[in-house]
Design a protein around this ligand. Sequence first.
Ligand SMILES: Nc1ncnc2c1ncn2[C@@H]1O[C@H](COP(=O)(O)OP(=O)(O)O)[C@@H](O)[C@H]1O
Ligand SMILES: [Mg+2]
Length: 315
Amino acid sequence: MSVVAFLTRAKDVLGGSGEPVGSCDEETPLLDEGKSCDFGGGGSGEDGAGHLLDVKKLRVCFRVRGKEVRAVEDVSFSLGTGKILALVGESGSGKSVSALALAGLLSENAVVSGEVYYRGRDVLGMSGRALCHLRGREIAYIFQEPCASLNPVLTVGFQIAESVRRHFPHVRDVKARVASALGEVGLGVVWERVVDAYPHELSGGMLQRAMIAMALVCEPQLLVADEPTTALDVTVQKRILELIMKLRERRRMAVLLITHNFGIAAACADEIAVMRNGRVVEKGTAREVLFAPRDAYTRLLVACVPRLKNRPVAQ
Ligand SMILES: Nc1ncnc2c1ncn2[C@@H]1O[C@H](COP(=O)(O)OP(=O)(O)O)[C@@H](O)[C@H]1O
Ligand SMILES: [Mg+2]
């Protein structure tokens, strides 16, 4: 298969040309290209070695009923500013555990070793206070199920504002900042409704956008998106992925995109790391991994990307 054919196929997995699709709440523009949402701050984001994030020989075990069970072993990868690295692999391969370990978010029964450097700073050796600053302010997470990540008894606006208050106590006009973040994720027209809504009152696509707004409101340099679209229908999925790609361009934000869907990785990522049984079995640029996979498991995953050769031709 040619390079163009593969990429066309991968784009098709995301739904094609980028025309507006979905219900009315999904039709607001993704980003207003004329406006930026610059809250100040930021920085070059890269350490001396040129990487925003360096993970070396990460190992995670869980203590379960007196025994240690290995979940992640010898995982190493790097991520540069403004780049998208896709962590791909089947369910249970250790993608989420690896991602959560980056900011000390694993449960108390986890035993983590190896090295994680964010802008050259040793994350695994950080104090709880330093980790709290890192999370949200520098590294933000979005998860597969927004409903599971949001508190059902608090309004969406309150929860986004809480992030701002926590990390930027000096900011006076928190509401303006929340509105601006919602505008950036394409909810500008309906921001007042979103702010006052409880999570169950919004559609899946709107909720996922609100989650992204919550992640972005503190201007993180690294966004960890753990299966951010798996729970959404394909049209909304496409728009959310496009939004993430546009935001990384606009903000030069790095994205660790976790997915079990190789098609999504093919369409979005600069680099791909393939995980299996807690280990990275292959990594490289998206082009290398997609067109010259060295590992048999990767070849299997690449072969699973749906073929759209027999698409119906428009009449
Ligand atoms: N808190 C935990 N305690 C024990 N085992 C866990 C815990 N969290 C995850 N695991 C195990 O770690 C392995 C990797 O899980 P995970 O990273 O969530 O996989 P995925 O690639 O689907 O994201 C799985 O076998 C999972 O059961
Ligand atoms: Mg997972």
